[in-house]
Design a protein around this ligand. Sequence first.
Ligand code: G16
Length: 542
Amino acid sequence: MTLTIPTAPFLDQKPGTSGLRKKVRVFQQPHYAENFVQSVFDVLDNFDGQTLVLGGDGRFLNREVIQTAIRMAAANGFGRVLVGLGGILSTPAASNVIRKYGAFGGLILSASHNPGGPDEDFGIKYNIGNGGPAPEKITDAIYARSTVIDRYMTVDAPDINLDRLGETQVSGMTVAVIDPVTDYAELMEQLFDFGAIRELIAGGFRLSFDAMHAVTGPYAHEILERRLGAPAGTVVNGTPLPDFGGHHPDPNMVHAHELFDQMFGPNAPDFGAASDGDGDRNLILGRNIFVTPSDSLAALAANAHLAPGYASGITGIARSMPTSGAADRVAHALGLPLHETPTGWKFFGNLLDAGMATICGEESAGTGSDHVREKDGLWAVLLWLNILAVRRESVAAIMAGHWKRFGRNYYARHDYEGLESIAAERLMNELRVALPALPGRTTASLTVAPADEFEYLDPVDGSLSRAQGLRLLFEGGARIVFRLSGTGTSGATLRVYLERYEGTDGILDAETAAALADLVAAADALAGITRHTGRTAPTVIT
Ligand code: G16
């Protein structure tokens, strides 16, 4: 029986860079999750009898919200729900399931790399029928709806058993609990030469993969250990936990420091990698080398043809604006178009659907291709392994060769986390106002060339996205970008993206911190970071 429950709006349900992310305690307020899910359903048309995909990264509250969403999907008229066993689906696997089974869309429950547990973070995002994150026109409509919502629909039905594969009926709707790994592993086998990777590993190549007690564990055990023959123990922290073992499932040098220590220590493996809470981010390390996400995107694009799924070449490369220009050099050399989008994977969807780009990437540890419509952590790891299996060179040698051919974009992102929102906004507003007067000004031996606020006109649907980050270009090609993160759940995070290009005959093996020291000084001088925030150093450097 359908129940219509009266409710009142919450005014803070505006989706950020990637869905709605809030503290668990916020989501635990009566009607909070229901309001958001109903707001999603209310702005969608013609899904009667259609399929909805449901899954999450296994964090605290995952199972409860899955059960709620199943009841609400039944009440709202969906015909079928596909849900991952245990309520688990990695973000790229969910994208694949939506596409493979022709679903209307999907709800992915995740706060990505943010910590989990009763006092930490939770999130919900809606993906459309192409498998990708809903575009802004839909997220804007969801938000508008959430501000006026006065009822939601559910059914009076018991929880289903999420831990048994098979089908159940919920008020006339079919719920199928599916294996979250099989479809995804099959897709990876189609794209990559598993035989060549198996041979590489059998020949003594050693790798280490840190699943960070997050969603990728079951996928990595199946693919790396069972299908590719890496020894047991290759995948560490492989059991998903609701609180990620008390850590941040964020694959960077702060939160994955044990892997860094291993890869920079004695007797390091040949290859190290990690993924995040929901399995869409990646970290790539070789022995004694960290490959920045921007460089990884460039190297993968330059070598993708070595994997069977990309043997016939790629149609174009897309990167988010703050991502370094390393991929631009590859695109230029290969005669391919390069698309520059705002931060947020949702902006790649149209380009991928239109066949205008095959490979996309972001500085925030996201890389992916047209095989799904999300970034994909294990996909990046497998493409690297495929390239290593063909080239039989070390990661360091591949990167040295890459820089020799294309030059090197020294790059770092400095994050100032937990700032007071007012101070962060003031910094951005002051800098925005100052932009027109900055060209020609010299600071820390760098002279500002053009400076602007990035906006994006989508070439496919003509939508315009404004206020996507402040860009300061310098004579000689260096660049600083300032943005406020759209994924945090408390206060504000200022991101400062620093980049300097060194040509093919320049110094290609400098320390990144030294190569960017002038830019760090210029960033503070031009934006007044310390003056506005009281901080003298970033919280995290990636
Ligand atoms: C999300 C988005 C990415 C974005 C990242 C950081 O990733 O999908 O496109 O680059 O957030 O965004 P921000 O700089 O606004 O915090 P994820 O892995 O958190 O879903």
